[in-house]
Design a binder for this molecule. Sequence first.
Ligand SMILES: Cc1cc2nc3c(=O)[nH]c(=O)nc-3n(C[C@H](O)[C@H](O)[C@H](O)COP(=O)(O)OP(=O)(O)OC[C@H]3O[C@@H](n4cnc5c(N)ncnc54)[C@H](O)[C@@H]3O)c2cc1C
Length: 367
Amino acid sequence: MTGDASLDNGSPLIVGAGPAGCMAAIMLGRARAMPTLIDRDENVGDALCGGFLSWRSAEQLRAIGVELAELGAHRVNRLALYAGKTQATADLPATGFGLSRHALDSKMRSLAVASGARLEIDRIRSLAPHVARGERQDWHSGSIFLAAGKHDVRGQARPRQAADPALGLRIRIPSHTDLSRLLDGKIELHLFDGGYAGIVLQEDGSANICLALRKSLLADAGGNPRTLLDRMAADHPHFAARLCFADADLPMDSIGAVPYGWIAQETSPGLFRLGDQAAVIPSLAGEGMSIALTSGAMAARHWQQAGAASAPDYQRAMAHAARRPVGIAKLIWQTAEDARFSAPLVRMASIAPWLTNMAMRASRITG
Ligand SMILES: Cc1cc2nc3c(=O)[nH]c(=O)nc-3n(C[C@H](O)[C@H](O)[C@H](O)COP(=O)(O)OP(=O)(O)OC[C@H]3O[C@@H](n4cnc5c(N)ncnc54)[C@H](O)[C@@H]3O)c2cc1C
């Protein structure tokens, strides 16, 4: 640690420049609140994610001037579900998009700066009331917006989960004509015993394969993700037909212990929890980024109306808005990852696509 900074005029400090933090920075910057946005990474990476933006996310982004089609995002109009040999499709309620996190986060970060936010690079090690302690320096502010996403910060860590937590894995298959033909216009969910894989095309034509799985499955595969994928492909022909385009040496990203279903019920004055630090919706719903954007906008509105003291009211309002979508997504996820129920679930979806449509609508956040 090399220094100490107090922000002027009680201006807000935002920790994390993902979708939640950038949304708050854009709103607060446009309101001339002179926010400071801190991220640990100078170069925008490509966060582990399914790379699917729901129609709700698209609406929220359009409202702040981000047109996903202009970023080259792949249009997605159908959901395809697979369990073993069983399959079903349903139309999405409105157009969603496939876009890499690199493309989205780069756009959001530059818009935050253009809106008046000051971007600083520092890794925040811990949080205490009114201070974020970074590797570079301590940052003092009466209003801290915690938007560190998947990564907990000491002093405000989310509770640890059950014995067999969910972990995320991701591979990106370079553009291939035959694979693009299979995936065109669709978001695919392949259900396995103990998890699922989501597959969607990205803006550069690559296919993003993102899995959320119980940790024990990886342990059973000797800790080798590729062995795990090959085992899944052996039992699931539709998944195998996609995985065969992935060279064995493709790099794989991973993230551990995702606290699906957790919602922050309270906070202290001056600390606003955003995005995954506010509510973690099971990722098969494809609504995490919409929750992040909603929380960023909602927290900024509360701050503008009543300042730092409004944090507890904001957190309660956010918890209320997240309860239904997170609850429904958790129920679907728990059913879908159980081998006894996944095939009947997909069969039911093929008979009654309107049910799938209803579930997709019910797992969206409003607010
Ligand atoms: C397997 C999986 C698949 C998913 N698929 C989808 C999907 O297809 N669609 C969807 O809508 N959602 C999906 N999600 C959820 C989505 O990724 C998250 O809900 C969303 O990224 C949350 O945004 P955020 O801004 O809160 O955090 P993040 O996107 O995690 O961003 C956090 C930011 O904070 C920075 N940061 C972290 N720690 C620090 C620190 N200590 N100091 C400074 N900066 C820090 C990071 O560099 C990053 O820029 C998925 C999640 C998982 C686990």
